[in-house]
Design a protein around this ligand. Sequence first.
Ligand code: MRU
Length: 391
Amino acid sequence: MVLQAIRYSRGSLQILDQLKLPHEEVYRDIWTVQDAWDAIHSMQVRGAPAIAIVAALSIAACVARCNKNGADPALLGPDMTGAGLISHNLQILLTSRPTAVNLADAVRKLEKVVWQAQQQPSSTDYSINEAYIQAAEQMLVDDVRDNENIGNHGADWILRHTETIFPAGKLSVLTHCNTGSLATAGYGTALGVIRSLHSRGYIKRAYYTETRPYNQGSRLTGYELMHDNIPSQMITDSMAGALLGLKRDAENINCIIVGADRVAANGDTANKIGTYALAVLAKWHNVKFIVAAPRTTIDLNTASGQDIMIEERRSHEVTTMRGPAVQRSKDGSLIVGGSVHEIAIAADHHGAWNPAFDVTCHTLIDAIVTEKGVVEKDENGEFHFEKLFAD
Ligand code: MRU
């Protein structure tokens, strides 16, 4: 079975509700642009590429229905038509989450498509809608292909730059958050690199952090690794230092590989909160630290990490946890069952600080893997991305 975060066919869009995973697999209809905004904002769908694709396809599904049946109330701003209506809805979706640049990049490209379609002498609302639908659908197709290329480039680079474990010739890697099929149109970025290494027989074990507070690691990456039968083990975020230090003799971690939400022009990288701490640990322990992301995540208009807006989320995501009830059987094993609910886990007198992302300085990053190849720093310690955008 293929793991699919996004189910799309002309006029219809569904997402796998990631708030319910791994305990329940529920697909939700994204019927209106407001549904898409809510799903992204509440993180029913999350991950930089998946956010952008769901936003783009939610409008595509609406305008496909317009082309078939006439005006569709699922679009916001019903007094407008054609290009204006699409553009208005793209701008609304842009406000759903601020840090990942992929959504802004998609909006910019789609607005250009709409503008070009509008310039055609025979342009009609129908033809503008059609041009938009084709461009949005292409994003879904391109993302899977790009991720497979990221996976292969990353695996090649890691095999060239790390020593496999004697005598089995395998690697142990550590990853953070969820960067797999659930965070993209399919295959994944950092998790795509792990998938590629595994398909070539090189993975001894993939460690993944729990990734508090939203638990993308324990809930989503664990689910994906299990789905693909990749040997893996979870650690809490606070165990990463011990994994690289205390456990070093037993289990050499060959590299840490993470995704990205925005890579600034100098290589500073915003990614899930906790990434920066892992990069510092990697430097201290002389372990390679690599970032895997499509070119749509590289933002040449943002000079450095200081200019990246970091989303702060509500305190209760830190002070509560979600999951089904657990009972203990007579032999001590756990029985998980019942519906997913929320429990309080903190003395919540003052609330909690909840930045969703942090910024890792480029000096801590060894390589940035994209679908067009791997970028390393020059002799002055600087990343240059211009060549990636030559085509
Ligand atoms: O808050 P999230 O779950 O959307 O954060 C996701 C991450 O930080 C991922 O590492 C990043 O988006 C890359 S996903 C391929």
